[in-house]
Design a protein around this ligand. Structure first.
Ligand code: BES
Ligand code: MN
Ligand code: ZN
Length: 509
């Protein structure tokens, strides 16, 4: 699955002969620089020229063949990356982000110069666990080294760049045992690959990524990673009374699926339930969306992709708690049998809902999945991830994922996990005022509450299906693609929340 080989090496960086050697420099008091002594002289001269001051992510590219005396390296190129002030007080999350961003910068140089093998040398001591720095760095490199070109014609003459083939992490100079370094680097790599897998699912267009693809993908993953997998088909959903998923699927010729993946270690004492919206294309249904930009609605399955991506890393982490992921999957089409405004449906938990807008479909499929998952797995908490509302983009732009929760402790855990993962999360309110907006005259609730507070009224709908279970809802409509520009976030789907969910499980006590 990892196309890049990542190896911890005992080789001295200076003797590395490959395409690119990466070194780090932090700035110290006055003019002093903190880096490998053997590149110090060259970097110092460039600093004296005024061309470099080791600011965060500031770079110089050197060609050792042009400085044979000064730079005794055998690499084709040396990339020097600034890390800012060496003595600056930074939180663990800030340092992790600094190194992920540096990793993303490395991958963009690799793309530009078609680098296939490189070596990364140790960074200066920033007063932090160096294994964690190496982990973040590799995570950033592999997140940045992502491309999706499956549907592009292969050029016979000019071979396209396929990405970094081999990364050597030199163990020389890291203030940490090489076994710890090896473990850290591996963890950074599979975490990034898990997010890249979520991006792959998202990049597949609606005609190549249906509910059935979700089910097949989960099955393959379960076989490969020793997880348990179960999927419910349309007939089983009918028997169980999952009126929400069935209603959304009514206008489609593609059958719906409810996909369950489970990591279930012996003697586990806690269960975390993850649920992801797997809407493989959202046309809006009879309440049809405008044509402009509708193609982006193939990304409406990014919540489902995020929970499956997270399960991949969780399967590798092997935590001692049970983690269950559920993806309700279907598209939302306007075929002749489609759901209509005014229709009343009945959810898995027995609640009836008046459909006032068929484009508010995400909450319909999540409602069944939440009620079913909570009843079946009796979790200690449930977190759902969904591209649920355009309103969250109006509120938070493309910079924060919206968080709504009935439990302050769980909300706090997610705020922290998101911060540590470089995927910022901002809490928005729930409350009876929003619940009132979705009261119906003819059914228990209605599926849309008007424009004001659209993200909160959508969450208020979901709240009806979680009972007393600690629950958090992550609205990723603004961050699943077009996420804040960062070196390690390529254009297109971001894979957002994969790493936050993984972090949440890693930090669970
Ligand atoms: N999938 C959309 C939300 C969305 C919009 C995600 C833009 C990403 C970008 C969702 O199913 C939807 O259509 N929501 C409606 C709800 C409304 C009809 C109450 C919305 O936000 O307009
Ligand atoms: Mn919709
Ligand atoms: Zn949708």
């Amino acid at each position: 699955m990892i196309h890049t080989e990542v190896v911890v090496s005992t080789e001295d960086p200076i003797s590395f002969k490959g395409d690119l050697l990466v070194c780090f420099v932090a700035s110290g008091r006055k003019d002093s620089l903190d880096c490998d002594k053997r590149i110090l002289q060259v970097v110092y001269e460039i600093q004296q020229l005024g061309d470099f001051s080791a600011k965060e992510n500031e770079c110089i590219l050197l060609y050792p063949s042009q400085h044979p005396k000064l730079l005794n390296s055998s690499a084709k190129r040396v990339l020097v990356i600034g890390l800012g002030e060496g003595k600056k007080k930074r939180s663990e999350a800030e340092l992790a982000e600094l190194f992920r961003l540096a990793g993303g910068t490395i991958s963009s140089y690799c793309e530009k110069y078609k680098v296939s093998d490189m070596m990364i040398s140790a960074g200066p001591d920033l007063g932090f666990n160096q294994a964690q720095l190496a982990e973040s760095l590799i995570e950033g490199v592999l997140l940045g080294d992502y491309r999706f070109s499956r549907f592009k014609k292969k050029d016979e003459k000019e071979k396209p760049y396929v990405g970094i083939e081999k990364i050597l992490v030199s163990a020389v100079g890291w203030k940490v045992k090489s076994t710890a370094l090896r473990r850290a680097v591996k963890k950074g790599a599979y975490t990034a690959v898990s997010a890249n897998e979520a991006r792959n699912m998202a990049n597949e267009p609606g005609n190549h990524w249906t509910a059935t693809h979700f089910a097949e993908y989960a099955k393959t993953m379960a076989d490969e990673l020793n997880l348990k997998c179960k999927t419910l088909n349309k007939a089983e959903m009918s028997k169980l009374g999952m009126g929400g998923i069935l209603a959304v699927n009514q206008g489609s010729s593609e059958p719906p699926k409810l996909v369950v993946l489970e990591h279930n270690p012996k003697n586990s004492k806690k269960t975390i339930l993850l649920i992801g919206k797997g809407l493989t294309f959202d046309s809006g249904g009879v309440s049809l969306k405008p044509a402009a930009g509708m193609q982006d609605m193939k990304y409406d399955m990014c919540g489902g992709a995020a929970v499956l991506g997270a399960m991949r890393a969780i399967a590798a982490d092997k935590p001692r708690i049970r983690v269950v992921a559920i993806v309700p999957a279907t598209d939302n089409m306007a075929g002749s049998a489609a759901l209509k405004p005014g229709d009343i449906i009945k959810h898995y938990n027995g609640l009836t809902s008046e459909i006032v807008n068929t484009d508010a479909e995400g909450r319909l499929i999540l409602a069944d999945a939440l009620a079913y998952g909570i009843e079946k797995y009796n979790p200690d908490c449930v977190v759902d991830v969904a591209t649920l509302t355009g309103a969250v983009i109006i509120g938070l732009g493309h910079h924060y994922t919206g968080l709504l929760s009935n439990d302050d402790k769980l909300a706090g855990r997610l705020l922290e996990a998101g911060d540590r993962a470089g995927e910022p999360v901002w809490r928005l309110p729930l409350g009876k005022e929003y619940s009132k907006q979705i009261e119906s005259k003819v059914a228990d609730i209605k599926n849309a509450g008007g424009r004001p507070g659209g993200t909160s009224t959508a969450a208020a709908y979901l709240e009806h299906f979680v009972g007393e279970t600690p629950w958090a809802h992550l609205d990723i409509a603004g961050t699943a693609w077009d996420f804040t520009e960062k070196t390690y976030i390529p254009k297109g789907p971001s894979g957002i929340m994969v790493r936050t969910l993984v972090q949440l499980v890693r930090d669970w006590r």
